[in-house]
Design a protein around this ligand. Structure first.
Ligand code: SAM
Ligand code: SF4
Length: 328
């Protein structure tokens, strides 16, 4: 359905857990965040019901996220359940990749369309520091095992941080040279722990990459669910993408809503406003009632975020949670 600004909302990001096996420095505090109790997290049947109702409102594509979605038991079953939901055309996943190797086969057999792997460096020592304990080889193993399935589109997501050497981004981009992988650079957003870090914008990364690879050709067309701008460097099989939510605000084209693992429907990453769908689900609400609340949240979606103007943080009710709690 369209919101009050005429934007077509067709994409829902669903967090299946607030838990994670890593502690990325810009996403989660070292000690973690207080875990939501299991009974407060939506069941797979509840998620399926929300998707079915959402599909009647025009939601066609689902991204599963977290926390780390692969730490939740039997995630492939949810992929299968959502795939079989009328109106849902695409189910995708974003993961840190550390558990992908052991689960990719089942995920693909249940119909997963695409996977995004988050990795911010190809240097094992630096990776261990950024993730506070992660083993980079697990991620590479996950990546290689995903490449075995030609039907599974693979993207790598990096959130660049100031003071990382240019070589970090060059090595990440090289993952797209001989493989059909798109490597995307996502601007750091001032959400939760991310407020303590300075990101690097897409233009700066592009300049670093052109110095090594020459001028890239801009790719035209719609790729994926979001606002990434893609280019292709000479001789590269995969594309390089830039998602610049802060410096190139794309709110006027935003097509997404978010469901937290606790069943809170959010219309915009930056604002707390939304609706508690879990309460409705667990107090016997009819489908029509849930649909009405979902359509109100969509209709009232805020016009835009104010990431670039921190001065108004004091004045408005912004989201205080970390990305892992919201579902990035
Ligand atoms: N654990 C999974 C993963 O890492 O892909 C899924 C959840 S994670 C919150 C989803 C994405 O959000 C990751 O690519 C992560 O790098 C990104 N992210 C976390 N905090 C961020 C921030 N402050 N700004 C921009 N991206 C952020
Ligand atoms: Fe976990 Fe993903 Fe956040 Fe890293 S970015 S701490 S892997 S949820």
């Amino acid at each position: 359905m369209r919101d009050r600004f005429g934007r077509n909302i067709e994409y829902m990001r669903i967090s299946v857990t607030d838990r994670c096996n890593l502690r990325c420095i810009y996403c989660m505090p070292e000690e973690g965040v207080p875990c939501v109790s299991h009974s407060d997290i939506l069941t797979y049947d509840e998620i399926r019901r929300i998707c079915r109702i959402g599909s009647e409102l025009g939601i066609t594509r689902i991204k599963l996220t977290g926390g780390e979605p692969l730490v939740r038991c039997n995630l492939p079953d949810l992929v299968g359940m959502l795939n079989g939901t009328p109106g849902i055309e695409q189910v995708t996943l974003t993961t840190n990749g550390t558990l992908l190797k052991e689960k990719v086969n089942e995920l693909v057999s249940k119909g997963l369309d695409s996977v995004n792997i988050s990795v911010d460096t190809t240097d094992p020592v630096r990776y261990h520091e950024i993730t506070r304990g992660g083993n980079l080889q697990d991620v590479f193993d996950g990546m290689e095992s995903a490449l075995v399935y030609p039907s599974l589109k693979l993207k790598v997501n990096c959130v660049p941080m100031k003071d990382m050497p240019a070589e970090t981004y060059i090595q990440l981009a090289l993952l797209a040279k001989d493989r059909d992988i798109d490597v995307r650079f996502i601007e750091m957003m001032p959400i939760g722990s991310g407020r303590d870090f300075t990101g690097v914008n897409g233009n700066e990364i592009y300049s670093m990459l052109t110095e090594r690879f020459g001028r890239a050709e801009k790719c035209t067309g719609q790729f994926g669910n979001g606002p990434a701008v893609y280019v292709r460097f000479p001789g590269f099989q995969g594309k390089i993408g830039f998602i610049s939510a802060v410096t190139h605000q794309f709110c006027s084209e935003c097509n997404r809503i978010r469901l937290t693992s606790e069943g809170y429907l959010k219309a915009c990453l930056q604002y707390e406003t939304g609706a508690d769908l879990r309460k409705l689900l667990r107090t016997g609400a009819e489908d029509g009632q849930i649909k009405q609340v979902m359509s109100r949240v969509i209709y009232e979606k805020p016009a835009c975020h104010h990431f670039a103007d921190p001065s108004i943080y004091e004045e408005q009710k912004f989201e205080t949670k970390d990305m892992s709690q919201i579902g990035g």
